[in-house]
Structures are given as structure tokens and as C-alpha cells.
Design a binder for this molecule. Structure first.
Ligand code: FAD
Length: 106
């Protein structure tokens, strides 16, 4: 079976990096591709408990794909729901772009 932690870290990297490179003003096609991708992702993610909970999350909290910041913030909140479930610290979603796109200022 897959290593759920290593898989999770690499998957969050992929998903947040997709958000960081998603257009600020996406076309209709880009919005519909992202919705399709995330729907299929939630059914194929090879940690079945994770996938089940993520599908329920997506049913409750409708995905937002209108802009980079809408999707980045939605995804950050989705990741925080998993953090909370696992007892990990909640991430400050005003900083998602600094973490995943522009890099931390030090
Ligand atoms: P991760 O949670 O993997 O985070 C990686 C990095 O992302 C962090 O170091 C931090 O810099 C940054 N980060 C943290 N929170 C946020 C945020 N909210 N927004 C933006 N950036 C952030 N594991 C389970 O055991 N049970 C589950 O049900 C489960 N469900 C999952 C569902 C999905 C869709 C995914 C992708 C993963 C899931 N995982 C689950 C894996 C789990 O979320 C972690 O990836 C894994 O436990 C490793 O955690 P980590 O502490 O290395 O950091």
C-alpha cells in the first residue's frame, strides 16, 4: 500500500503548485478543466479513507475556480480541514501564495 504521509506531502505540493500557477483570470475552459481534474482526483486518490473524506468535503464546500486566489484559498481551507482532522496546526490562508508561489520573505 502507498505511504500515506509521503504521498500526501507530494500531492499537496502538486495541488498547491497548480493553484500558484492557475491564472488570475481563467478562461471558461481553464475553470472547467480544474473542476474536472479535482473531481476525478478525489475519486482516484490512492488513499481510500482520504479520498472518501475529501469527496465529502467537496460536496459540502463547493470548489471555487473563478481566480487563482479563489482556488488557492479554497485549497488551503481544504488542506486545513485535513490538518484539523489529523491534529496538525492550521495554516494561515492569507499566506498560501507566499508559501507556494512567491516564497517566504526572510
Ligand atoms: P502536509 O500536510 O503534507 O503539508 C505539506 C506542506 O504544506 C507543509 O509543510 C506546509 O508548509 C504546507 N501547508 C500545510 N497546511 C497548508 C494549508 N492549509 N495550505 C497551504 N499549505 C499548507 N492523511 C491521513 O492520515 N488521513 C487522511 O484522511 C488524509 N487525507 C488527505 C487528503 C488529501 C486530499 C491529501 C492530499 C492528503 C491527505 N492526507 C491524509 C495526508 C496528510 O494531509 C499529510 O500530507 C501527511 O500527513 C504529511 O503531513 P506533513 O505534516 O508532512 O505536511
Amino acid at each position: 500500500p502507498p505511504d500515506v504521509e509521503a504521498l500526501g506531502r507530494s500531492t499537496w505540493t502538486l495541488l498547491h503548485t497548480i493553484a500558484a500557477n492557475y491564472p488570475k483570470s481563467p478562461s471558461y475552459r481553464e475553470q472547467s478543466d480544474l473542476k474536472t481534474f479535482m473531481g476525478v482526483f478525489s475519486r482516484l486518490y490512492p488513499c481510500w479513507v482520504c479520498a472518501e473524506d475529501f469527496q465529502s468535503y467537496m460536496e459540502k464546500e463547493q470548489i471555487r475556480v473563478d481566480s487563482r486566489n479563489d482556488f488557492g484559498t479554497w485549497l488551503c481551507e481544504a488542506h486545513n480541514a485535513v490538518n484539523t482532522k489529523l491534529g496538525k496546526p492550521v495554516f494561515d490562508c492569507s499566506k498560501w501564495e507566499e508559501r507556494w508561489r512567491t516564497g517566504w520573505k526572510d
